[in-house]
Design a protein around this ligand. Sequence first.
Ligand code: ACO
Length: 313
Amino acid sequence: TDLSTLDPNIYTSSSNEALSIALAGSGKAVSFHPDFTYPIFGDAEQIFGYKDLVIHLVFDSVSLYPFLNVRYSEKRDDADEVESKLLELLPKETVVKDEALWQDKIDEEHLEIPGEILSSYTHKGENYHVYKLSINKCAKSLKLHRRMQIFVLFFIEAGSYIDAKDDMWEIYVVYKEDKTFIGFATGYSYWKYPGHEIFDSDAKYLWRKKISQFVILPPYQGQSHGSQLYKTIFEQWFKDDQVAEITVEDPSEAFDDLRDRCDLERLYQRGLLETLPEPVISPEWFRTQQAKEKIEKRQFQRCVEMLLLHALK
Ligand code: ACO
């Protein structure tokens, strides 16, 4: 008897390790693993019933056209569902197993990156662009967003899909010049002053903007793409007279870090320190500057505190 067939452990895989995500395009394919798969495979993040399980989830690096291929050397009759669980969360056009068909679909579609370029920057001699997608007005943008949204589940703890029918969503995407998807963020607009609040007659500030989901894919993290994306979104909203405040939904520790660095740099460059009254900060100064910088109260307090400490040096 082959004892291995009796041992349940041999049929148990970590879903984070078994799932191999890749971006494939003109250059070499890059692959990486998700940080989270519990929304798909359950809290234990384990898949039972397969030997040598590898789940290949491959995206075309420009159009993100998805391809799914579940491979294993052995499968038990009582094995967990894998393919159907993933397909529920992937767009309908996802190609399963047939790699040649997937290539044909990509060639046939020949999707060019839709949307408007908001900013461009260079990192290590390569050009990158930040695009704004209008998922309400542009079918290609909506299609592209449907393909990328699974990254929210894979990389943001407690992340969930947005309601793309809601007009208030904005999508921002980073691409290495026409070649590779790097990451994306979603933003949402709220009314800052709900009906019952009395506001002066010059009611020019109307919106509160929120960064809701923010993902830079693992192979591209730590190369300033997150900072560039954050700065682009912030600047876009900041220069809009209708925007009164910019906030972030439930930021992770890594995102808080990025936000602190970017906010401090901006406030420093804008000369906030020179406007500080000596030696005590008045509530009036705080309110005026907070409104002017369009940062929510708690974050502005943290930034001012850090700048004050910096000034003491
Ligand atoms: N050379 C070397 N290091 C650099 C360079 C460079 N050229 N540029 C930036 N770095 C360093 C930064 O100093 C920073 O270092 P630190 O972490 O020690 O402070 C680090 O790289 C990260 O900065 P960026 O590169 O600008 O940020 P990144 O592109 O890695 O994005 C993010 C950060 C968004 C948190 C990313 O890691 C990510 O997507 N993580 C997974 C998902 C996640 O947590 N998302 C946020 C959830 S919260 C929300 O959605 C609202």
